[in-house]
Design a protein around this ligand. Structure first.
Ligand code: ATP
Ligand code: ZN
Length: 223
């Protein structure tokens, strides 16, 4: 692949992480001219551009070298590490960013008895995170059927397509609304700065180091 001399950061085009991610980059001194198609934002001061995409595509874009860094939920990054395929270059969580906090949890219907992981034996659990759930079930030594759904996971028990769910939880309001009870936390998540394990040995690597320094300053001020 032709090497680029400008740094390219992938972030969510439209969603929970969009505003706080842009805000953080602005605090790091980066400014962008928004292009008309809003997929690509040209950086004005520094040689840093933005690619606005679906959050699920971010780890793959970094692994393929299309982008140098990405701002994405740890849940999405770790799921990619587990399911991205053998060709996927290993990625690294360079910094936790302190926003987009949530947890990946298992929740069961109120009328289902649950005390320990073994209670999931022989049950079906619906999730959009088959990698993370499968990994956890293996560490628990439980034989459970993982039902992979792209969305609306929380209604699966009502529909009868699963006995329990494994989904992202923030306030717990969605669980309550669906008569579900949170019983296990598999992952504490927040937005992270993701990148390759080794930084490029050119100007982009220098720019990343500068950006990490600025990030550390901004994050420290916030805490
Ligand atoms: P996209 O169109 O980019 O695929 P999405 O619907 O997958 O969007 P959002 O719902 O905007 O994504 O969530 C983005 C990230 O925000 C999640 O991956 C997660 O890290 C974080 N997050 C924080 N709280 C929640 C929550 N309550 N539910 C879902 N995600 C949350
Ligand atoms: Zn998504």
């Amino acid at each position: 692949m032709k090497t680029r001399d400008r740094l390219r950061i992938a972030m969510q085009k439209s969603g929970r992480l969009t505003e706080p991610a842009l805000d953080l980059l602005t605090r790091c001194g980066l400014t962008f001219r928004q292009s008309r198609d809003k997929l690509f934002c040209f950086g004005e001061g520094e040689p840093v551009d933005l690619l606005l995409v679906r959050d699920d595509d971010i780890p793959g874009l970094i692994a393929q070298g299309v982008c140098d860094l990405g701002i994405v939920g740890r849940n999405v990054l770790n799921e990619f590490q587990l399911t991205g395929g053998v060709d996927a270059a290993p990625l690294h969580e360079w910094r936790p960013l302190g926003f987009g906090r949530c947890r990946l949890s298992i929740a069961v219907p109120h009328d289902m008895a649950y005390e320990r992981a073994s209670d999931l034996g022989g049950q079906r659990v619906a999730t959009s995170y088959p990698g993370l759930l499968g990994d956890w079930l293996r560490t628990q030594g439980v034989d459970t059927q993982v039902v992979t759904l792209a969305g609306s996971v929380e209604i699966a028990p009502k529909l009868g397509t699963a006995d329990a769910i494994c989904d992202l939880v923030q306030s717990g309001g969605t669980l309550v609304a669906n008569q579900l009870r949170e019983v296990e936390v598999l992952l504490e998540s927040e937005a992270v700065l993701a990148g390759p394990q080794t930084l490029p040995a050119d100007e982009r690597g220098d720019m990343i180091e500068l950006l990490l320094k600025r990030l550390d300053g901004v994050i420290q001020v916030r805490e």
